[in-house]
Design a protein around this ligand. Structure first.
Ligand code: ADP
Ligand code: 5GP
Length: 190
């Protein structure tokens, strides 16, 4: 079994932004591309940010047992980790990076156990989270409301993750994340 780093947090907390910065630093990282039944947003591309599937196709793959885990994260919108992603990345000898919702994060941690470092990305406050979701400029009012409604419950689950990173100043948060990941990755080689 290889290693995995998993990022969880409510939508808008900065997971994608932090992962993007870390990918520049860690050559060994490979992003696990999730499948989703939602439509692409902004500059997102199929097979890069997500595998964008129709709802029927998503459910067909659920039935076929192709997912390691999946969730209906928002009413009518599903997200999930395909087992084929794990094989694809570990076969290449790289470290898997997951960006999943809080329930998915708990399930993946349970599955990988000590081979995964679970990181919770915490916004400085709910108000800042709301501002960031708005300033991202890619979500409708309805989509922002759905995300905020879910976030309060999700934030309470931070303590079950291995590490919590407060995403106040981006560079500081990235540096702190880099340090904990280096410690985790090097642990076996000490
Ligand atoms: P997530 O992947 O968790 O949904 P994003 O990475 O898309 O969140 O971040 C949401 C928005 O907040 C984006 O517009 C991003 O540029 C912005 N953002 C992320 N981190 C910070 C930060 N530390 N300070 C200010 N804005 C940030
Ligand atoms: P977004 O629509 O903002 O890209 O993602 C919405 C939520 O779905 C985020 O919290 C994101 O982490 C989560 N998500 C993305 N991929 C997966 C996945 O494969 N499994 C689970 N459980 N959640 C996911």
């Amino acid at each position: 079994m290889g290693k995995a780093i998993l990022f969880s947090a409510p939508s808008g907390c900065g997971k994608t932004t932090i992962i993007h910065e870390l990918m520049k630093y860690f050559d060994c990282f490979e992003f696990s591309i999730s499948a989703t039944s939602r439509k692409p947003r902004g500059e997102e591309h199929d097979g890069v940010d997500y595998y964008f599937l129709s709802h029927d196709e998503f459910m067909r793959r659920v039935e076929a047992g192709e997912f390691l885990e999946w969730e209906e994260v928002y009413a009518g919108t599903c997200y999930g980790t395909l087992k084929s992603e794990i094989n694809r990345i570990w076969d290449s000898g790289r470290v898997i990076v997951f960006d999943v919702d809080v329930n998915g994060g708990r399930n993946i941690k349970r599955y990988f156990n000590d081979d995964a470092l679970s990181i919770f990305v915490m916004p400085p406050s709910i108000e800042v989270l709301e501002q960031r979701l708005r300033s991202r400029g890619t979500d409708s009012e309805e989509s922002i409301s759905k995300r905020l409604a879910r976030s309060a419950e999700e934030l309470k689950q931070a303590p079950v993750f291995d590490v919590t990173i407060i995403n106040d100043d981006l560079q500081r948060a990235v540096d702190e994340t880099r340090r904990v990941i280096e410690k985790f990755i090097n642990a076996e080689t000490i």
